[in-house]
Write a protein that binds this ligand. Structure first.
Ligand code: G3P
Ligand code: MG
Length: 243
């Protein structure tokens, strides 16, 4: 397993969400065609405990299904269209499983920032299921995945199930006591919303020795400013603008 020290400067957000439907296999192929080396995506659990890619708790915005993703078994979820909402070009795209995604990334030779995005009540179960899948299926010839979450219970669960992979703490705003959660959850990287970040805080995080990732950065000039502050990686819907 390669060390995850090979974090790229640019990660495609939800694949390449500005170009293709988010969290779909078409999105990952698009990211690869743009020259992106790593993608970020969001993982929920189906009713029958299978890790699947979706951002929202609900199917409504990005599929032709309705209601909570955790109310449906994998078989039902696979019948929904996850591409048409974005454009007619993507009719027929489905909600991918994490396993299908890993296989595609292997063939594209892409790395991943896997965000655990649990539905309410599924915090630990989602962390364990993602940890099991990555532990058993992640290809040894790819850089190790970086696992992140806004949810401490999910990070704790994935640490227990897949301790060999590094974890990132996701924050919207970086609070003064940011180091406490990093240490408590043994996180290697900090990921925050660039809109709420300032130069002093960025430098403090870097001085403490933590790689710093910012989402969702779609403007090239803003990315350059963040890199000047010491930010290591930007996560972008338009990664081609940053490359
Ligand atoms: O992982 C970075 C970013 O994806 C976090 O926010 O809501 O886009 O998943 P969100
Ligand atoms: Mg995300």
């Amino acid at each position: 397993m390669k060390a995850p020290s090979s974090l790229p400067r640019v990660i495609g957000h939800r694949g390449a969400a500005g170009h293709a439907p988010e969290n779909t296999l078409a999105g990952f192929r698009t990211a690869a065609s743009l020259g992106v080396k790593w993608v970020e995506f969001d993982v929920h659990l189906s009713l029958d405990g299978v890790p699947v890619l979706l951002h929202d708790d609900s199917l409504d915005r990005t599929t032709d299904g309705k209601g909570g993703v955790s109310n449906y078994s994998l078989g039902t979820l696979q019948g929904y269209d996850a591409g048409q909402w974005f454009s007619e070009t993507y009719v027929g795209e489905t909600i991918p499983t994490l396993s299908e995604t890993i296989r595609l990334l292997a063939s594209l030779q892409m790395g991943a920032n896997v965000e655990i995005k649990p539905s309410p009540g599924q915090e630990a179960a989602t962390g364990h299921a993602v940890g099991r899948a990555l532990r058993e299926e992640w290809p040894g010839d790819l850089p190790a995945p970086l696992i992140s979450s806004f949810t401490p219970a999910s990070l704790a669960a994935v640490r227990e199930t897949a301790p060999m992979f590094q974890r990132g703490l996701l924050l919207s705003r970086v609070a003064r006591d940011w180091g406490d959660d990093m240490r408590a959850l043994d996180c290697r990287t900090l990921h925050c919303n660039h809109r709420h970040l300032d130069k002093t805080t960025a430098q403090e995080i870097r001085r403490a020795g933590y790689p710093l990732l910012c989402y969702t950065v779609n403007d090239r000039a803003r990315a350059d400013t963040l890199f000047e502050w010491g930010v290591d990686t930007v996560i972008s819907d338009h990664p081609d603008r940053m490359l």
